[in-house]
Each structure stands twice: as C-alpha cells, then as structure tokens.
Design a protein around this ligand. Structure first.
Ligand code: NAD
Length: 487
C-alpha cells in the first residue's frame, strides 16, 4: 500500500511569463515520479522566443513598476510570499517528494522552512541596503563629497538544480528581489512542479508583472538562451561543475555577473578525540541525506586510524538501518535517486570502487522493481580511488584512514573541489586550526553542513565562484556605484 497522498492542488505546468501562465513555445517534457518511474506531469518548455519575451517583461518591470515600489514595500511583498509559502507548506513539500523523491519529512523539515527563513531574512534587508560616505583626498585641491550607491544588478537568471529546488531557489530569489532586481527562474527538468506552484504564490502576492517569472524547459535550450541573452545582467547558477564551466565561458562574452554554486566532494574528518556516539548521526546525515544528492555531501570520511574500524562498523550499521521507500511513508529515511540515469551513474561508481580494490562494507545494489532506489553504500578505500575523486551524487561514502592532523588536511585538500567540510573533535584549538586549513567555502565543526540564510554559502576551486546567503548575498545582487561631487 502506498502512502502517497492525493494532491489537493491542481498542478501548475505552464510558464509564468509576464504575469500570466502560458504554454511554452517549445512544447512539453515529461516529469517522472522517481519512486515509481511513472509519468507524473507534462510540463511546458520555454523556447528562446519565450526567453526573449520574459527578458523584455523583466526589463520593463526593472525600470518601471518594480523600481517604483519603495524598499519597505518590496520587503512587505517578500514577507507576504513567505506567508503564502507557510500556508501552502504541505503542498510544496508534497510536490518535491513526488517530483524528485525527497522523503516528505525532509522536505517539510528543511526545504520549505529554509525557503521561508530565507525570504524573511532578506525581506528584512530590503530597506537596509545602503552605500557609504567615503573620505578622500579631494579633487585638484578642491574638497569633495563622495559616496557609493548600491543599485540592483538588473535582470537575473536563476538556474536551479533538482536536488533541493525550493531551498536553493530561495537563496537566489530572496536577495535578488530585496535588492530590487527582477528574476527569471529556470527550474530543473526533474523538479519544476514546486517552483511552478511558487509562481502561483508570487502571482497571488501581487508582485508587478515581470518581477518574478518561471520558465521551465531543457537546460540546453531554455537555460542556454537565458545565459547568452544580452538583456540578462547576471546568471546565478547552481548545478554541476561541467555545466557551470560552460556557462562561465558563455557569460564572459557579455560580461554578465556570474555566481556558480557547483559540485563537491567534501571531507568529514573524524579526529582521534571525537565523541563517536554524538557524531555518528551527523556523519550518516552528511553521507545519506537526500540519498546523497547533496552538493555538500561529506562523501569522503577521513578517520583517525585509532577509530577507523569503529567508524567503518558504525557507518556500515547506519547504512543498514536506513529505510528505503515511498517518500510519503513516515518510516522512510531514504527516497529514490532522481532518475534512471542518476541511478545507473551511481551504480557505475559502485562498480568502479570494487574494481579499484575498495572494500564494500555496506550496500551497493539497486533495490526494487520500480523506481530508482540504490542502497546506502559504504566503502573502505583510499583518496586516490575514483569513488573518492569524483562527485557521485548518490548515497556512497568512502572511509579513509589518517594518522595525523597534517595528513588529514593534506588528504582532504587533495581534491578538485572545495565546497564544504566537517570536523569532529572536542579540542577547540584543533577545530580552529583544521577549519583554517581546509580549502572549502563552509566548515561545520561537530555538525554537518549548517545551512541558514544568515550564513554565506559557496565554494572554492571546482565548487564554484561567489557566495550566496548572508550579507554576501546582498553584495552579489547589487552593483556599487561611486559618486564624487566636487565642492
Ligand atoms: P545540472 O548542471 O545538470 O543542471 C542544473 C540546471 O542547469 C538545470 O536547471 C539544468 O536544466 C540547467 N542547465 C543544464 N545545461 C545548461 C546549459 N547549457 N545552460 C544553462 N542551463 C543549463 O545539475 P543537476 O544535475 O540538476 O544538479 C546536480 C549538481 O548540482 C551537482 O553537481 C551538485 O553538486 C550541484 N549542486 C550544487 C550546489 C551548491 O550549492 N554548490 C547545490 C545543489 C546542487
């Protein structure tokens, strides 16, 4: 028997363009339910002509109706959107569970509340975006009054992945709106439905037409058209390193501001003094949450040799204790992977791990006749193996021993990526030293990947360029202009 609820809302599948819901001119694409593999919805796809129309509407709003809304008014509208997200929290969480397979509890506990928190955090910023008065040496002997203005960047394309659609969209949408920009959202093919429902809520809020638009469609068509469009001033992209690299090449042509939140291969370092009982749930979450489809997944677990066997046993046990199944069953802890290609990719990495000599401690198999489920998997391996070098984006951990803090840092930093890192220790000095030495954008000590709107988020190296959230999100969504008045 399935626990999947009947949807109490009509699915929104059309584009939200210029303040109206309209069919896309590039036809439709099919979104599957990853728990069953069955078709879930036919979603409209935006063509390059639709992108042109959206950019025109966004440009008109930027200089017209949206510019006319005072800062506190913008904040009030963003708060109103947060109110409606809270009202429709169950619908939004259900849409994500149906569309991309996240356990419904996780969607209810993290995805939706994080979106609400981000909207409210930046709603508060809307009337506090200030430049500064700047002392200076004067102009050819004359005094000056100099100051900076913080102005909107302009029309922003927000390109979103499927693994945490609402949460990641919030990190882009909320600061962009608070700073007076207009936003064209391109959801991922595998997770458009919750974001299209959010478009309904934006319509209900009454943002002026063109301020928020949602254009589902293929990345290589809709996304690519947005990225190269000369009327788009900034691309805020979250997704794979490979696509991010391509986007940065294209945006260079028009000098678009470009924020890239890309893949990761993050380290979790278990020091010799760590309290294992306290850290096991956190390590497990870092590896298995959202079936490992998490940019910050702590998929390389470095363990001091004195604790190595205990951690392998414990993590193997944690893998075995996971309950795979229907995302709507409250006992489920792990949902499916998002699609068949992702499942096959993960299984390919499992095969590569075994072929390269890693020892399989737990999991490793696809599960069930229907849907795209893979068992949580733990390998004992080395940092040189493919499973420790490439982003798997599935519930697969490689556990690697070390003998000293120096070796832990060297191994952890020996990667193409630099998104996040976790350190488990009860020694404060060690915690600070390792945090300073880890080459990553965000470090958690004794807790995997704290994600809050107040905390800047983003990566180094192949994990990306720029930061979202916190005050960094304000800086990333404004241009600084210097005005010097010669007195
Ligand atoms: P993806 O790169 O395949 O797609 C991301 C988005 O880009 C989708 O909306 C897609 O349609 C669009 N896209 C694809 N090709 C495009 C193109 N040529 N031009 C413009 N847009 C294009 O990524 P995915 O598989 O959806 O997401 C998984 C990846 O996202 C993982 O690598 C993961 O680590 C990363 N991610 C990073 C963060 C972070 O904060 N750093 C957060 C979540 C996910």
């Amino acid at each position: 028997m399935t626990a999947t609820p009947e949807l109490t809302t009509e699915l929104t599948t059309d584009l939200f363009l210029g303040g109206s819901f309209v069919p896309g001119r590039a036809g439709t694409f099919t979104s599957l339910n990853p728990s069953t593999g069955a078709p879930l919805a036919e979603v409209s796809a935006a063509s390059p002509e639709d992108v042109d129309a959206a950019v025109a509407a966004a440009t008109a709003a930027l200089h017209g109706d949206w510019a006319a809304v005072p800062p506190s008014g913008k904040g009030a509208l963003i708060h109103r959107l947060a109110d409606l997200v809270e009202r429709d929290a169950t619908v939004l969480a259900n849409l994500d569970s149906l569309d991309m397979g996240v356990p419904n509890g996780l969607a209810q506990m993290l995805f939706v509340p994080n979106l609400v928190a981000t909207l409210r955090y930046y709603a508060g910023w809307a009337d506090k975006i200030n430049g500064e008065q700047i002392s200076n040496d004067g102009y050819f002997g004359r005094p000056t009054h100099a100051y900076t203005l913080r102005q909107p960047v302009g029309v922003i394309a927000a390109i979103v992945p499927w693994n945490a659609p609402l949460m990641i969209l919030g990190w882009k949408l909320a600061p962009a709106l608070a700073c007076g920009n207009t936003v064209i959202v391109k959801p991922a093919e595998d997770a458009s439905l919750s974001i299209l429902h959010l478009a309904r809520l934006a319509e209900e809020v009454g943002f002026p037409a063109g301020v928020v638009q949602v254009l589902p469609g293929e990345g290589t068509v809709t996304g690519a058209a947005l990225v190269r469009h000369p009327g788009v001033h900034k691309v805020s992209f979250t997704g794979s390193t490979q696509v991010g690299r391509e986007i940065q090449k294209v945006t260079a042509d028009t000098f678009k501001r470009t924020t890239l939140e890309l893949g990761g291969k993050s380290a979790q370092i278990v020091c010799a003094d760590a309290n294992l009982d306290a850290v096991f749930p956190s390590i497990g979450m870092g590896v298995f949450a959202n079936s490992g489809q998490t940019c910050a997944a702590g998929s390389r677990v470095f363990v001091h040799r004195s604790l190595y066997d205990a951690v392998l046993d414990g993590l193997g046990g944690a893998a075995g204790a996971q309950v795979l199944g229907d995302p709507f069953d409250p006992t489920t802890t792990l949902g499916p992977l998002v699609n068949a290609a992702q499942r096959d990719r993960v299984l390919g990495y499992v095969a590569a791990g075994s072929a390269e000599g890693a020892r399989l401690v737990a999991g490793g198999r696809a599960v069930g006749e229907a849907g795209f489920f893979v068992e949580p998997t733990v390998f004992a391996g080395t940092n040189e193996m493919t499973i420790a070098r490439e982003e798997i984006f599935g519930p697969v951990a490689t556990v690697i021993p070390f003998d000293s803090d120096e070796e832990a840092l060297r191994l952890a930093n020996d990667t193409a990526y630099g998104l996040a890192g976790t350190i488990y220790t009860n020694d404060l000095a060690r915690a600070h030293a390792l945090s300073a030495g880890l080459q990553a954008g965000a470090i958690g000590v004794n807790g995997w990947s704290p994600l809050m709107p107040q905390l800047p988020w983003g990566g180094l190296k192949a994990s990306g360029v720029g930061r979202e959230c916190g005050y960094d999100g304000i800086l990333a969504n404004t241009e600084s202009k210097t005005v010097t008045v010669v007195l």
